[in-house]
Design a binder for this molecule. Sequence first.
Ligand SMILES: Cc1cc2nc3c(=O)[nH]c(=O)nc-3n(C[C@H](O)[C@H](O)[C@H](O)COP(=O)(O)OP(=O)(O)OC[C@H]3O[C@@H](n4cnc5c(N)ncnc54)[C@H](O)[C@@H]3O)c2cc1C
Length: 442
Amino acid sequence: MAKKITLIGAGLTGPLLATYLANRGYTVDIYERRSDMRNTSINAGRSINLALSVRGIHALKEVGLFEKIDPMTIAMKGRMIHDLDGTTHLQRYGQKPEEVIYSVSRAKLNMELMTLAEETGKVNIHFNQKCIGMDLDEKMLSFFDKKSDNEKEIPFDLVMGVDGSASAVRDAMISKGNFNFEFKPLGHGYKELTIPPGENGDFQWEPNALHIWPRGLFMLIALPNIDRSFTCTLFFPMEGAVSFESVQKGKDIEGLFHEQFPDAFDLLPHIVDQFQQNPIGHLGSVYCDPWHVENKAVLLGDAAHAVVPFFGQGMNASFQDCSVLNNLMIKYPDNWEIILSEFSKQHVPNGHAIADMAVENYLEMRDHVNNPRYKKRRELELKMECMFPEKFTPRYSMVSFHQIPYANVYARGEEQYQLLDAILDKYELDDVNETIARNFIG
Ligand SMILES: Cc1cc2nc3c(=O)[nH]c(=O)nc-3n(C[C@H](O)[C@H](O)[C@H](O)COP(=O)(O)OP(=O)(O)OC[C@H]3O[C@@H](n4cnc5c(N)ncnc54)[C@H](O)[C@@H]3O)c2cc1C
């Protein structure tokens, strides 16, 4: 097979994957439907950020980009919970100083990844090219060229679909058959809002935390940006009595924020305008299996496993995909038949597991974090980790601070959950010591 690979999509996953491929000697063409964001001025008032953790950092280190990204990140050591009466309290993510996650600008990271890929000298990014179809038998891709307003066809040897949750490559793979696909809508959407720096130019809240306003059926979160603003995201039902459908008028928007998020309401300028002008994003999970067709096509990133954003893992999981594929490329040089089938075999269960865990974490974040039983369970799991560091690692830590495959994390997390509940059913938290716990852990 010619050492040329075609990628669809230059979002977060595409350029990273292209860099790995270039480093293995392949030349890569990426086709991206948008224009080059490096030539477009980004609206300074809206900075969108993401939480980066160990899986993503590992991949960025493998391609040599982390050192450049590191100064653009802000460490977040835990969840800062904002109660209705305005009091705040921090729930740490981990027990060790290095157990933090990092807020990073999506646009800056994406631009750095594109430049890094191009700097290999083996990657060409073609912008304004929307993939509109793929013929797997003829190995032909169809594009709409937004610059010339024309459709065109381009042959390929091997195509990698990194074109996000509504993947055109995946659609073509589905139509070929022998492919399981399910999209599970969450029923809740999101809206991003900005809190600018204060009058003194500084952050208006503690910057080294991910802020959460858990309100049962919905929640607001806020992540810090390096320009000292915060990006808030309201996660809210799409329909129903309290929902994006029912809250649209100025007075209802003000009422919602005033009642539910009073401390944020005071700092959100022009809340009605922001709310009415910013789009509603839809959320859902993609489950598909396998992720490849013969040695012709493969999906990575959101195209393979879009997940809801409540574990902060979509991008991290996507970056880990690239690292996993890279390891298979090293193990089976140029043998794409085996590389791709092993990729699906080994990694699809991990995509499904993080999709499930991410949905579960929505309930945890919007509701359980203030529940007394949750708090006791959390305290006990931290205690267990100190007593049995080799045997017990909290699920959040396994996901965010380790590289344990997600499917193993899910299974181990379930067992640990049962164990914590069994202990708490029998003992008061303060009474649990190593001897008692050992009886349960075995
Ligand atoms: C509100 C929100 C918050 C999130 N927060 C986090 C977080 O904190 N941490 C985290 O790890 N993840 C987070 N994520 C998930 C993360 O954004 C995604 O997992 C990540 O962007 C996946 O990268 P991707 O390249 O696979 O897809 P995308 O980033 O969606 O990129 C796909 C690219 O393909 C292009 N494309 C699409 N269709 C075509 C086509 N037909 N032809 C050509 N090009 C095409 C698109 O223009 C785009 O550039 C969040 C997601 C959301 C919605």
